[in-house]
Write a protein that binds this ligand. Structure first.
Ligand SMILES: Cc1cc2nc3c(=O)[nH]c(=O)nc-3n(C[C@H](O)[C@H](O)[C@H](O)COP(=O)(O)OP(=O)(O)OC[C@H]3O[C@@H](n4cnc5c(N)ncnc54)[C@H](O)[C@@H]3O)c2cc1C
Length: 510
């Protein structure tokens, strides 16, 4: 079927594609939630599934390209975990300290960090389906590996609920999904930017796609939007986020997450949901690249994170502490700490460590990291450009306030705190007294935005009247779900749970 195409009106003859194509399910995006939706749709019985990825093939994959993609999920304990990682040698597995992660723990974590703002039905859906979703990924062919841990007395300690990542991290996950999707004949199109949704606030039945060769229309019984947040769009960051100067904030992930599909859905009448003024922002190397900041210059991903702050102290450019570095493990604080750093003068802070702290540290050791070293705190201050008197005073006051009568225990919230400071450090407080000392300059980097579209537990996009827009589904960062903060590694779980729900409902109701 041919039709005059207004988007092609001024285009040369060769660029006018004017082709109408039809398939069963359109998935917008090329990241992890898109692959999960596409594979789930094929497995649920959809014959023709098309994935439309805006990025060229060399930049495809969304945020997972820059991440280790840890997953948080409900599971019953070590025995169940073993079924995901059968290749870990027995002697290593023995050292892994793995307790069950219960439904209630996951719900409590979500409620606490989102200040009880998360939608209870969506939270319960994600939590209740998390176990099935990870088993589904395993059955679909995803190979798993242990996630990050700390070693204490030869034992490996993990964050509660967050034990697994796909083998090869985010890139490994994307490669594995691509191979699974190709075997299922998912039609993956790169350089395919969705520029229009066809429909209205009661029904969507297709999209218009812009390619280097022109535009075409694609119709389907359902469209699943997996197009990410708006964190890579400086104008939208500045417009929506509650703190100033986010337009020059570093963007940790994909440059292609610019929010236009989210905006198209809102323009169509989709309900806004989640925390529009807030985003996942975490501390990263001050000299990380402005865009795709987690990627080191040599292309290695996720090396610019600076999450060891619970081990030391953080000071701003005036040499003064400004938050409780030991509130909880980084898994429960890092997603808001980038914002706290961003709010400091010049959006800069310095993480200060001594040898004791460094023994437990994971970050800032890679080649290319910005790191200063000195034998005294005064010398360190001079090297990084802080006032030596002020930094020395900050460290001396901190050291004197540490309750050294409380035992230090890195494997849990140890309650070893300071007393009488403003702010106090409430766990893992250790005097900084073993030189050489280190300073890691950091800034805040944005990971993904919390505002998005409202969905049902079937991942149907809701309109402003709260009714499903038939044929339109969403999964991943484009959903508005989180508020204020985020428990580490929930994004990937949300992706697979809502992608599965979307695909299954879309195929069942086609
Ligand atoms: C450095 C980093 C580390 C992270 N670590 C973790 C972690 O360990 N665990 C965890 O759970 N989460 C983590 N996250 C968050 C998580 O990875 C993301 O939230 C998640 O990948 C989002 O998936 P998504 O599929 O929704 O979006 P993305 O993966 O960002 O994909 C969106 C896709 O949509 C495409 N797109 C956008 N607009 C259009 C358009 N108009 N037309 C067609 N395609 C379009 C983009 O090109 C992209 O491919 C991390 C994120 C970053 C950046």
């Amino acid at each position: 079927m041919n039709e005059t195409d207004p988007d092609n009106a001024g285009a040369p003859e060769s660029a006018r594609m004017s082709v109408h194509q039809h398939c069963d399910i359109i998935v917008i995006g090329g990241g992890s939630s898109a692959f999960e939706a596409a594979v789930a749709a094929r497995m649920a019985g959809a014959e023709r599934v098309v994935m439309l990825e805006k990025a060229p093939e060399s930049q495809a994959g969304g945020n997972a390209r820059f991440s280790h993609t840890g997953f948080r999920f409900v599971f019953s304990g070590k025995e169940e975990l073993r079924t995901f990682i059968p290749d870990v040698p027995d002697d290593i597995f023995e050292t892994m300290q793995i307790d069950e992660y219960t439904r209630q723990e996951f719900i409590d974590d979500l409620n606490r960090v989102t200040q009880d703002r998360i939608d209870p039905d969506l939270a319960a859906h994600m939590v209740d389906k998390s176990n099935e979703a990870l088993h589904w990924m395993k059955q679909a062919g995803i190979i798993w590996a242990p996630d990050k841990f700390v070693v204490v007395n030869g034992k490996r300690y993990f964050e509660p609920g967050n034990i697994l990542q796909p083998l090869g991290g985010g890139r490994g996950q994307l490669q594995q999904w691509r191979s699974i999707a190709e075997k299922l004949n998912v039609d993956i199109r790169f350089n395919a930017k969705v520029i229009r949704l066809h429909g209205d606030q009661s029904r969507v039945d297709g999209v218009r796609v812009l390619t280097p060769d022109g535009t075409y229309d694609l119709t389907a019984s359902a469209v699943i939007a997996c197009s990410g947040g708006f964190q890579a769009n400086a104008e939208m960051r500045a417009r929506y986020l509650d703190v100033g100067n986010t337009d020059f904030m570093k963007v940790r992930g994909s440059r292609h997450n610019t929010g236009e599909v989210m905006r198209m859905m809102l323009d169509l009448g989709a309900q806004p949901a989640g925390h529009w003024q807030w985003a996942h922002m975490s501390p990263i190397d001050l000299n990380a690249p402005k865009m795709e900041s987690s990627l080191r210059a040599d292309g290695v991903g996720n090396t610019m994170n600076r999450y060891d702050y619970p081990l030391g102290i953080s000071v701003n450019s005036q040499g003064v502490r400004f938050f409780d570095e030991g509130e909880a493990s980084h898994a429960y604080t890092y997603a808001k700490t980038g914002r706290t750093v961003h709010l400091q003068p010049g959006s800069i802070a310095y993480q200060i460590y001594d040898q004791k702290a460094l023994a437990h540290a994971n970050y800032g050791k890679d080649p290319g990291s910005t790191r200063f070293e000195a034998g005294t705190i005064r010398e360190l201050a001079q090297k990084v450009g802080l006032n030596p008197d002020v930094l020395e005073h900050t460290v001396q006051t901190f050291n004197a306030a540490v309750r050294t009568d409380i035992p230090y225990d890195r494997s849990k919230l140890d309650g070893r705190r300071t007393e009488g400071l403003d702010p106090d450090k409430t766990n893992w407080a250790n005097p900084l007294d073993e030189p050489p000392f280190y300073a890691l300059p950091v800034t805040g980097g944005i990971t993904f935005t919390f505002g998005g579209v409202g969905v049902s537990t079937n991942a149907e996009v809701l309109n402003t009247e709260g009714l499903p827009i038939r044929g339109l589904y969403a999964s991943g960062d484009v959903i508005g779900l989180f508020y204020f903060n985020y428990p580490a590694c929930t994004g990937q779980t949300r992706n697979v749970v809502f992608s599965l729900s979307a695909a299954r409902h879309a195929v069942a109701t086609a």
